[in-house]
Design a protein around this ligand. Structure first.
Ligand code: SF4
Length: 255
């Protein structure tokens, strides 16, 4: 595989280097931009990240969409299965359910217990089975089997939060929405002093800062980037393609 070349060495590339104090240490003051960093260029950063993640598996919902499971209903069901569940588990679980029933009509004909049996590899499978059944029935009864591409409609469904709604709207509907999961939240807060505590707060900040052209791609790119390079613990900063511009906020140890 072709890994991106490390950016020019800076003092930040030494694993023993201590990063500036974490945002939590001084919540009242936004950290100053680091003098040893280049201005953050989102175009360059996302282009480099796009190259860097090519060897890795795609984010789960994007992979399902490429496999043809790209309807609003299918993407929403897969996103519900994915909650607190690794893509490695979500993907075969969603495929197993869709092999048995891949339309709202077919899913609504299953009982919650049958759905539970099909998705029992994922976390919280029992409540998720009930949620999926309820959504299938509502889609059939209220929307004639065609779940609309509408944020209010999706968010009104029990068990659907902003991350899933935005992912569905962006992937299945092609609408500009930012889906902020743990990876997007963690990584962007390392890039710049957004100082956000929750994915919802990060979504608001990103809506102000991120060019709209990247609203869909930010999740597609940062999920594999967060799993394999900018990991939760010991991110691979020394070989990261955007080291020269990332402020590494809160990163005290890295590879
Ligand atoms: S791996 Fe390190 S340098 Fe790269 S984005 Fe993450 S924190 Fe920044």
């Amino acid at each position: 595989m072709t890994r991106p070349k490390p950016t020019p060495a800076t003092t930040a590339s030494k694993s023993s280097r201590k990063a500036k104090p974490a945002v939590d240490a001084a919540p009242a003051q936004a950290p100053q931009a680091r003098a040893d960093k280049q201005p953050f260029d989102i175009d360059v950063a996302l282009e480099r990240i796009s190259q860097a993640v090519q060897p890795f598996p795609k984010a789960g919902l994007f992979e399902l969409a490429e496999d043809g499971f790209n309807s609003t209903f299918q993407q929403l069901v897969a996103c519900i299965i994915s909650i607190r569940t690794y893509d490695e588990v979500m993907l075969p679980t969603a495929r197993r359910l869709f092999a048995a029933a891949h339309t709202p009509e077919a899913v609504s004909r299953l009982t919650p217990a049958q759905i539970d049996e099909l998705i029992n590899a994922c976390t919280f499978h029992e409540p998720k089975a009930q949620t999926i059944h309820d959504i299938a029935r509502r889609t059939v009864e209220a929307y004639n089997g065609d779940l609309p591409c509408d944020a209010e409609t999706l968010m009104a469904l029990k068990g659907v939060g902003p991350k899933c709604a935005n992912l569905v709207l962006s992937i299945a509907c092609g609408q500009p929405f930012i889906a902020v999961d743990v990876h997007v939240h963690r990584i962007t807060n390392r890039w710049k002093p957004f100082n956000t505590k929750t994915p919802e707060q990060t979504m608001v900040k990103l809506e102000q800062w991120l060019p709209k052209t990247y609203w869909v791609d930010i999740n597609r790119l940062l999920v594999p980037f967060g799993k394999h390079i900018c990991t939760g613990k010991l991110p691979k900063c020394s070989t990261c393609p955007i080291l020269e511009m990332c402020e590494q906020i809160g990163v005290n140890e890295h590879r």
